[in-house]
Design a protein around this ligand. Sequence first.
Ligand SMILES: [Zn+2]
Length: 464
Amino acid sequence: MLSDLSVPGRPGGRPAGPLPDRPRVLRSRRVVLPDGERAAAVHVADGRITAITAPADVPAGVEITDLGEFALLPGVVDSHVHVNEPGRTEWEGFATATRAAAAGGVTTIIDMPLNAIPPTTSLAALEAKRAVAAGQIAVDVGFWGGIIGADARGLDDLAALHDAGVFGFKAFLAPSGVEEFPHVSLDVLAAASRHTARMGALTVVHAESPAVLEAAPPVLGRVFASWLASRPPAAEQEAVAGLVALSAATGARLHVLHLSAVEALDDVVAARDEGLPFSAETCPHYLTFTAEEVPDGATVFKCAPPIRGRSNLDRLWDALGEGLFAGVVSDHSPSTPEVKQIDTGDFAAAWGGIASVQIGLPAVWTQARARGYSLADVVGWMCAGPAELAGLRGKGRLEVGADADLVVFDPDASFLVRPAMLRHRHPLTPYAGRSLDGVVLATYLRGVRADGDRPPRGRLLERR
Ligand SMILES: [Zn+2]
């Protein structure tokens, strides 16, 4: 059944009346706490969670918002978002990206160091990004720095960015798609990683082997199968194997971004078994779509690494269920319809990136519930996991002292994804027209309602 997004009151233990902008106590039969889901009351003051009590344990006279069977979750932490401002603001900007985030239950994003111009590879560039973001962000925003070299100047830049509070550093092993953010060899990454290891910083990597990609067959216009064949699983497998060796050699904390090919998982498992500081993430689109269903010319599905076959999807879910992934994050990477080649359907020319920051939570929940997973599992993958990866304290968990970043979620309602409801700059997404389970009814940032057109109250975050 399709839910009415504007009226939260429905029969069956649902609250009557609108949800408040500044709740004092939120009570639900389904509060998703770090140790699982149960009935509880979450008390909020001054933007923080001050107590979590039994439902009836609320002082007399304190206003209670009773959510009934609507679930109360921590805000989603999306550590993989491309905002593109300044420089490619026509693709996506801070105002639109964070509005979309808030609408989708995301209360913290960490912005990737590309595709803005300048890329976040120097202190001056980070300051430029912070200056343009300030005052227009509806959720909290942190930043990754970028690794594009390991000469003396490059290493100085990494140190300056680290001191300024970036959450870690991103590198590409294969071409990034934009010329101002060149990829690096494993040797250069090793030199940079020795440096970041000394700082205790996390390095996150786009892991596809350029040698494997160069040897793969070319992309043939509108043919999706040719895009898939041009990014074979071996490219991910070889790159991940190289990164595991690099982590062993340097002691650097390495994290594989947007893992798609299950063939690369064996090396992730081996790294974990060796006790290396090594992790990986995957994304909602790899857990939702299959190559078999992507029509030719549908460049809205283009991303790298690509969406793979049905059996790959099932095995990714198995790995997620086994705890092999540190998180599930959107890799929200929009562009204009022209750059995305919507009209031509040319997979070779189209920008590779999927816009989904607003859709990730229901997309993952839709698949998760069908496979027998719980809301607590989803919160672990999308809230606690990414917060822990980035070292974000006070985020991603409902616990006393944490920021009151809260999501009121109707897990039993479903909705049709319509472009008109999408708040990011260009309403292009492969989820359009799909029915998803789970409706975000309200998003609170530090105790205050943040979704819709409310004044932007997001803060710029620094690693502490
Ligand atoms: Zn990305």
